[in-house]
Design a protein around this ligand. Structure first.
Ligand code: UGA
Length: 443
């Protein structure tokens, strides 16, 4: 099938590449000319395992193309996916200007029955706005063409996006037209073989499903972080508690890892946007607000521990930092806990020597002018001459470090671990003090 994707960000590019991989003819459109020029040369603007390969071979096969020409993009197909950004407004609600601009382009250039698919994460009611924007353009052209708007939210995890797209848990289709539903079933049939993963529902429910999924996952994390903070104060070990509750299948082991807060482009933004939606209809979303404020506080927890250790005097102290990305297997630093920690440390007069396996370029882009930050080429360099070590991201290569070398290289024998990577006894054996999250029994 011919398919058009508006937006070559995370969701758009992964969707376009994977749909082309299974045989569709995909044209990706973006207004960013520099980005499109790079993509045409096989350069991928984001780090995502496996993506570059798929883009390269589908471009070579002629099934994946790029353009900055909206008219060409709309004329390419009768299936128009909207996967542009919905950044937060100043008050945290989702800014829909890019989504509605695409909808207007579709109305401006379509010349036959068209299905418009909302793939961006958009507040409940957006499909109606998209419909109105398309209709407005058709009216001004004096045309009465038929079209449908479908909500088809995306559930990709960064770092595992290709696998998530190729083997989805579910494919949510919010739709009020059989014709559009049939077209979407055909688009996704290659991903729907072993059992039926298509879940059909009304449009508003599909829009809310996306927010509900992310908000529930964020709730699990904030809940665990709150229990971790309690465990610390009560002399209990959250890691034992985690295993103890996870064994109940109604709770499960997934997504109950405490840490120095959740980050990324999705959870913080989506929890806030849903809370703002609630507010806008006069409903106070008490739980969502609490999830957000627990996370806000949790991002400062490592700093508080470091500051406490040095009795509030961090002037001139050097903190070796492992992990800058908001999670492993990505170079994405949006809302990363490491940023909060570094900014807290700088404010208190400390400097930072940092290393991340993938996010060094991104760190350079964001903090290139920051004199209080030294970017290090290896994790070993980051601890050389540092006072203490702090860890913000659970990259594999941090899981089994040379503890003897750590103890020899840092001036104070303390590791502040925001991701609970180690057995406290092992660090103890190497003469290291270990401050992790919620491990009161060991502290
Ligand atoms: C998240 C969702 O997991 C995806 O299902 C969703 O499609 C995506 O948002 C989106 O809306 O586009 P992502 O932001 O890539 O995916 O990252 P996650 O793997 O969910 O991690 C988010 C944050 O939670 C990270 O900072 C991670 O360190 C933290 N986390 C995760 C915890 O602190 N504890 C956990 O147990 C799990």
């Amino acid at each position: 099938m011919n398919i058009t994707i508006f937006g070559t960000g995370y969701v758009g590019l992964v969707t376009g590449a994977c749909l082309a991989d299974v045989g569709h003819n995909v044209l990706c459109m973006d207004v960013d000319q520099a980005k499109i020029a790079k993509l045409e040369n096989g350069q991928i603007p984001i780090y995502e395992p496996g993506l570059e390969n798929i883009v390269r071979h589908t471009v070579e096969a002629g099934r994946l193309c790029f353009t900055t020409d909206a008219e060409k993009a709309v004329r390419h197909s009768s299936l128009q996916f909207i996967a542009v950004g919905t950044p937060p407004d100043e008050d945290g609600s989702a800014d829909l200007q890019y989504v509605t601009a695409v909808a207007r382009s579709i109305g401006q250039y379509m010349d036959d029955y068209t299905v418009v698919v909302d793939k961006s994460t958009v507040p409940v009611g957006t499909a109606d706005k998209v419909k109105a924007a398309v209709r407005g353009q058709l009216d001004s052209r004096g045309l009465e063409l038929e079209f449908d708007v479908v909500s088809n939210p995306e559930f990709l995890k960064e770092g595992a996006a290709i696998n998530d797209f190729m083997k989805p848990d579910r494919i949510i289709i919010g739709c009020d037209s059989d014709r559009a539903a049939d077209m979407l079933r055909e688009v996704y049939s290659p991903f729907n073989r072993s059992h039926d993963r298509m879940v059909y529902m009304d449009i508003r429910s599909a829009e809310l499903t996306k927010y509900a999924a992310n908000a529930l996952l964020a709730t699990k994390i904030s809940f665990m972080n709150e229990i971790a903070n309690l465990a610390e104060r009560l002399g209990a070990d959250i890691e034992a508690v985690r295993r103890g509750i996870g064994s109940d299948p109604r709770i499960g082991y997934h997504f109950i890892y405490p840490g120095c807060g959740y980050g990324g482009s999705c959870f913080p933004k989506d929890v806030q946007a849903l809370a703002r939606t609630a507010e806008s209809i006069g409903y106070e979303a008490k739980l969502l607000n609490a999830v957000e404020s627990v996370n806000y506080a949790q991002k400062h927890v490592l700093f508080d521990k470091i500051s406490h250790y040095f009795r509030g005097d961090l002037k001139g102290k050097v903190v070796g930092l492992w992990g800058l990305a908001f999670k492993p297997n990505t170079d994405d630093m949006r809302e990363a806990s490491a940023r909060t920690l570094m900014e807290d440390l700088w404010k208190a007069g400390a400097t930072v020597q940092a290393f991340d396996p993938e996010a060094m370029e991104e760190t350079q882009r964001i903090y290139g002018d920051e004199a209080r930050l030294t970017l290090c080429g290896t994790k070993e360099q980051a601890i050389k001459g540092a006072d203490v070590l702090a860890i913000c991201t659970e990259w594999k290569e941090f899981r089994s470090p040379d503890f003897k070398a750590i103890a020899e290289n840092i001036k104070h024998p303390v590791v502040f671990d925001g991701r609970n990577l180690y057995e406290p006894e092992i660090l103890e054996r190497h003469g290291l003090l270990y401050y992790a999250i919620g491990r009161g029994r060991n502290q």
